[in-house]
Design a protein around this ligand. Sequence first.
Ligand SMILES: [Ca+2]
Ligand SMILES: [Ca+2]
Ligand SMILES: [Ca+2]
Ligand SMILES: [Ca+2]
Length: 549
Amino acid sequence: MRKPLLCVALLGAVAALSIPAAASAARPHSYVVLLEHGTSAADARAAIRAAGGTIVRSNTAIGLVTVNSASPRFLSRAKAQGAVAGVARNRVIGRSPGGGSDRKPPWRDVENEGDGHRGPAKPAPVPSGDDLSGLQWDMQMIGATPTGSYARQQGSHDVRVGIIDTGIDGSHPDIAPNFDKALSRNFTVDNPPNTGIDDGPCEVPSCVDPVDEDDDGHGTHVAGTVGAALNGIGVGGVAPGVDLVNIRAGQDSGFFLLQPTVDALTYAGDHGIDVVNMSFFIDPWLFNCRANPADSPAEQADQATIIDATTAAVKYARDRGVTLVAAEGNEFTDLGHPTVDTTSPDFPATPAKTRTIDNGCLTEPTEAPGVIAVSSVGPVEPNISPFPRKAFYSNYGVEQTDVAAPGGDSRVFFGTPQFNAPQNRILNAYPLNVARACGEVDAAASGLAAAVAPLSGVVTWAQDVLAGLGIRDSHASLPDVLRALYDLAGDPKETTDVSGAHPKVAAELLSALVEWRKNTPRFPRDPHKDPDEPDQRTREMLRALGYVE
Ligand SMILES: [Ca+2]
Ligand SMILES: [Ca+2]
Ligand SMILES: [Ca+2]
Ligand SMILES: [Ca+2]
């Protein structure tokens, strides 16, 4: 599930929570199956067929396939196959007559806090800034301003930032100058109502949105925070000259399914993406536990498969030089000591339950090995502290928090007119189609997506330094990025103070990265390869499955 919410107006009506379990038993279901390492296409096909299923989509890099089956025994039969390492239930296929399993995600109440407040927004004058720059306290906090990092280095289209989110509105005037449509991909299909996930009406006949569309608003906001153009209008991003690539894995409704997320990660690894931003958790489990007594065997299998497939996909991307950044989440939980999960599963047919959990349970992809985890801070309240403080909703903890970044906090300035004001949140790009559906023109949103997006820019800067120091390599980039960032910021103990990335340092980091990127080949791949053309292994799999000649 995406971390913050902008507007839910595009969703269809949310029906009642419960659906009789018996009603869904005979309906076709979708599953995600993780194959044992090295399983051939033929063996995979045979194993899935023997279990009573049909492969409809495959990721050969990870060995993850999506399977449709109407057999009520598919789960048990699949697990009995030697080629199958794990099975997770995906979603219901087809509509349930009169059914109503679509959920209203529980985090919406937190994310929407303050939405009713529409106080006057008065930008302070910012020399040479875009016309809304005065409202961007987040950029001012990290020194991304006309007199700060913008004056020295704004990024380069040689640096590719992948946004794994709900899509990017490529026509937005602050996004268009930096949007890389040719490299962008959409790995999702809009879901019909009564399947547990309701993406509202399909906007195009195929139900597969174009790569420059965002029907939610979340992904565009994140992309703008990373790299909105300095063009005299609207807002600016952290690195306003970088290449923004939409690698979409999020549904219109904000759900993130396992297969699209894994596909997006391997795509990033295969196509030279430098940094990836992930402001979501993989549904339906906020925390994934391998053997929680509170869960049924099928639920335990769901969660183990999500952990294993995500870990493999993250490793695949990191091995190819991608730096991965993720939000910690909005449940005000210490990720080193989680005790209860009241959110999961958030789809499809089983109601969410209250589970006792422990630190063996992981929120993914945030807790996958090698992912930089980010907590969120709000605007500085000078009468309380000269430093930014953790946002009320943000997850935290010394085990997990690598760094914090501005993400907004509606509850700061309590007792003053600024309490609950939209100016306490993060202003950035917003799709016109969503704004119209919500009856708005401008929007401010808080949440960790907004927090993570600036960090993607900061990581970009830090990678530069590593290049300059000659210590960058694809396996060591994560800790080295952070070490370099802390060292150069001059205050390694302050993990809650990303503002320590001084504008001068940030600019030098970004300059070095641009130079490094000019002279460094991306992960080796066939330069003549069409990004849309399947590689040889994929082609073999597709042929074995009868999709191509
Ligand atoms: Ca839709
Ligand atoms: Ca759509
Ligand atoms: Ca702008
Ligand atoms: Ca943990």
